[in-house]
Design a protein around this ligand. Sequence first.
Ligand code: ATP
Length: 694
Amino acid sequence: MASANANVPRYIPNLSPSKSPLPLLNNQTSSTMEMESPLPTQNELGNGRQRGSFRDTSSCTGAEVLLTWDDLWVTVPSSSGTGKAILQGINGYAQPSEVLAIMGPSGSGKSTLLDALAGRLASNTKQSGSIKVNGRKQSLAFGTSAYVTQDDALTTTLTVKESVYYSAMLQLPEFMTNTEKKKRAETIIREMGLQEAMDTRIGGWSSKGLSGGQKRRVSICIEILTRPKILFLDEPTSGLDSAASYHVMDRIVKLAQQCGMTVIASIHQPSSEVFDLFHHLCLLSSGRTVYFGPSSAAYEFFTLNGFPCPIMRNPSDHYLRTINKDFNNVSLIQNEDTERGLEGNNCKLVTTEEATNILVESYKLSQFSQEVKLRVSEISNKEGRILQKGSQASFLTQSIVLTRRSFVNMNRDLGYYWSRLGIYVSICVCLGTIFYDIGHTFDSIQARGSMLMFVATLLTFMSIGGFPSFSQDMMIFGRERLNGHYGVTAFITGNTLSSIPYLLINTLIPGAIAYYLAGLHKGFDYFLFFVLVIFVSVILVESLMMIVASMVPNYLMGIIIGSGIQGVMMLNAGFFRLPNALPKPFWKYPMYYIAFHRYAIEGLYKNEFEGLSFPRSQGEGSSTITGEEIIEKIWQMPMSYSKWIDLYILFGMVVLYRLMFFVIIKMSEKIKPILRSFLVAHYKSTKQSNHGVP
Ligand SMILES: Nc1ncnc2c1ncn2[C@@H]1O[C@H](COP(=O)(O)OP(=O)(O)OP(=O)(O)O)[C@@H](O)[C@H]1O
């Protein structure tokens, strides 16, 4: 076997020549373990491997970040009630100017580790153990860290240049000029190899734009604009071919070295060239550490534990294949002479489960593990610099930029307002022709009531059509908010201001068609009030949908829940069942007062009927009834206040709904940590009682 392969070139790993990081196997004695520490010393930090220079270094200042995690456990509730451990007491560290790769089969806990370190675990998880930044328990404030998620939540209608530029305007400090910000954005786009795609739109479900790999790179560009001190990358190379993967990772490594940035990246299947770029490797399997140490020494670790990398196989593929339990693989374990093969009786087949257990146990006893513990305690026992929040654009700048960005997006995304305008116009043409020249007969009282009810309810209900586009905006907001790009108030301001012109067009044109075709109350001021009520009602529905969007996981759920809420409010607005007939305990009090459609139809009815008179019954010669009487007696609406009060109430509701959205987002941010610390406390007490600890 050996001779058959003698002429086949073997993969040459990037091993440190003088380092022999032998692991401790259970059956080995310590005499076989004489070794030099494979870990860099503090003096070596920052020197890194020199891989050329990175051009824009103007902002590479500030404190470096050393991150450690010790006995880190993350559990989630399981059906058995005992909880499922996703991470099982792992240790490790990440250092400035270096890239730590987290690798492991799918579901091994890579993203969870990244989330735990970045402080953004899901609220249903419980975390225990210690995570320290520069030896202190401190959070990673804006400007100090950035996180590139797996899903590229980007504004699909913007070009690459616009996306990165708007983001630069939002994130970079006020003291930088617009030209400097633009330059920074362009430099980063070029560094990520996107110069050819600068003017290409991101693209989404409706139009093809960038490839998946290019979107990944745009996401990275956006997050590294501030030159964060610590960068978390979740699958940065997914969707990229091997050349692009190398290109992107190489840029990140250079940036790390140039700026003293600490990079932690979870990665699925790096090519050998990409793998070679990593300084350290954390290999996980089912939340346990299989290996943590210099990436170059992993080859030897596997070899010495009986799992040498076969000829011509990419070592990182080999590591993952050895520990991937998903497909009932088997591995060949070689005890001594790796060249003799099966017939030499030194090999046996083991399942991947067994192979993983051997490696995990071996790692625990190895010098690597000891070194990691030593380094972790060394760093955690020395309190370093406290991280200061980075400077960013002012609230005013952020609001202006968000308004502009949102305005451009609303204009280009046909689903946001333009398609709705088309539908509104069509419906209003139908409405206007069905109620054409409504007149002032007895029958027109009912006809007016029905038409205005339709306008106030079903027409405003159609605003729900823009929800998919809005929910995409919410996803982007969620990502940018988590990364601290801007606050909730700036988002609400931007969204509100940018939508106003479109909502005006959407209500003015269709409103005019319906109003004048039907021949409603003559006079421009009456028409203006009519449009104002529809306008505010549509903003109200949008505000309601904002609240819904902040609470539901996807837009389909949002549409279902939003329609349900509106349906109930419409039913209860006092038209389908007159106000005095509404059952008192619930539908009259409080629902009739909460239903915003009630104020919309009240305002519209007062606007339409006040000042007009109609025959009391069908036929000629009948006496007349005034509009005021109709409102009070037929529609059972209060005349103690004017139509303007109804409009003010609607407007007040818009403010209230937007405030509610603000409070919900803020509260969820405040409640999540409290909930998590409660769960952690509960977890600790359960753990202690399970182990009989007093
Ligand atoms: N919040 C959560 N609630 C329940 N289970 C979770 C949660 N987060 C992660 N898990 C589970 O923990 C395991 C590890 O998930 P994680 O996303 O960390 O794996 P991964 O190694 O990043 O996988 P992949 O490479 O496929 O993204 C999975 O089985 C996942 O279903």
